[in-house]
Design a protein around this ligand. Structure first.
Ligand SMILES: NC(=O)c1ccc[n+]([C@@H]2O[C@H](COP(=O)([O-])OP(=O)(O)OC[C@H]3O[C@@H](n4cnc5c(N)ncnc54)[C@H](O)[C@@H]3O)[C@@H](O)[C@H]2O)c1
Length: 341
């Protein structure tokens, strides 16, 4: 009896100690594809999470609300429906957090050609507002979502973070590069610890409906032809979302554990796949005969993305594990459940 009591109080002590150590993170873009997957994982790992998202109409609000469901049922999650480009609204958020993971953005390369100002507003002014929000609260740990699109079409493969990326070929890429530079200013002036992560074509459950894997699977299940831009010889370093999320959390640990940090690191898969191979694999996994309509290559699209991931491996043991076939299978299973529910 006494032993049991003693065991119980030690266990309680352990819970109290781990609760004390629990860190809080502010995640912008928390209702999105990567953001909501990240928030779920952070909550599973015991973090407290404050999420900000304006449920931007780039794709249906209902999908973003669905993405948030699991988080909202967790007491360690608090959500603000707020626009990061409005600094007055942002100024009213006063939760105490230990770090920021800044994912909120106007996304998509092709749509950015039609409305560059909106991209500048959210991706540059919004990032400035987040940095200023942190500065005012003496908060100095930041992980930022940049993009492989900053490499443009001139960079030798595999893309190394040491490459010069001064020739963006879309407004979206320009805003991501600009935000990386803005982050550096805060590192230099105010000693912020920052990792700029360059994501490479992330896919998986909850993927944005504007992205290739989603569009292809959706077209096949709806018995429509797939539209392929170019001849299928462009290639992308497709990265499964759980691998990206593991990389983001590893980068978060890195900024927590180190001082005087300013790093740029690729979170890719180091294994580019041609569009033709992607499409063939999807048709094979679903078990349908290919039905493809060819269109000319789109302006702003790069020919290849291919990440050198040795830096992320060395700095924070980033190690993507998921094969394309496995990741696509997981996506297709998820897609089917979405059609039923
Ligand atoms: N998915 C990819 O392949 C990929 C590749 C490279 C970089 N990225 C970057 O990763 C991040 C997440 O991308 P995602 O694919 O999950 O996109 P997503 O559109 O699903 O998520 C972005 C979220 O940001 C929110 N948002 C947009 N403008 C906002 C604003 N003004 N205020 C507050 N919230 C706002 C949106 O509502 C959305 O929920 C973005 O920064 C994106 O640029 C993604």
């Amino acid at each position: 009896m006494f032993e049991n009591k003693c065991f119980f109080s030690l266990a309680t002590l352990h819970v109290i100690q781990s609760t004390k150590k629990m860190k809080s993170v502010l995640v912008t873009g928390c209702a999105g594809f990567i953001g909501s997957t990240l928030c779920n994982e952070l909550l599973n790992q015991g973090y407290r999470v404050v999420g900000i998202d304006n449920l931007d109409p780039f794709y249906p609000r209902a999908l973003k609300e669905k993405n948030l469901n699991t988080c909202l049922s967790n007491n360690s999650f608090k959500f603000y429906e707020s626009d990061i480009s409005d600094k007055t609204v942002l100024g009213k958020i006063n939760d105490s957090v230990d770090a920021v993971i800044h994912l909120a953005a106007k996304v998509g390369v092709r749509p950015s050609l039609n409305n560059p100002l909106e991209y500048i507003q959210t991706n540059i002014i919004g990032t400035q507002n987040i940095l200023n929000w942190m500065y005012e609260r003496n908060l100095k740990k930041l992980v930022f979502a940049s993009s492989s699109s900053v490499y443009g079409n001139d960079t030798p493969v595999p893309f190394s973070e040491a490459a010069h990326v001064d020739h963006p070929i879309s407004p979206y890429a320009f805003t991501k590069k600009a935000a990386e530079l803005l982050n550096h200013t805060y590192h230099s002036l105010y000693q912020f610890d920052i990792v700029n992560l360059r994501f490479f074509t992330v896919y998986g459950e909850r993927q944005r409906p504007d992205l290739a894997v989603y569009k292809f699977v959706d077209a096949i299940f709806k018995k429509r032809a797939i539209t392929m831009y170019g001849q299928g010889d462009t290639s992308r370093d497709y990265t499964y979302v759980q691998d990206t999320v593991a990389g983001i959390i590893a980068a978060l640990h890195y900024v927590f554990e180190n001082k005087n940090v300013f790093e740029v690191a690729n979170l890719g898969n180091n294994h580019p796949v041609s569009l033709k191979e992607l499409v063939e694999t999807i048709y094979e996994l679903i078990g349908e005969e290919p039905n493809i309509r060819y269109e000319p290559k789109q302006a702003g699209d790069v020919d290849v993305t291919f990440a050198d991931i040795s830096k992320a491996k060395k700095l924070f043991s980033y190690n993507p594990q998921t094969s394309l076939r496995q990741g696509l299978t997981n996506f297709i299973v998820w897609y089917r459940t979405q059609q039923i529910n």
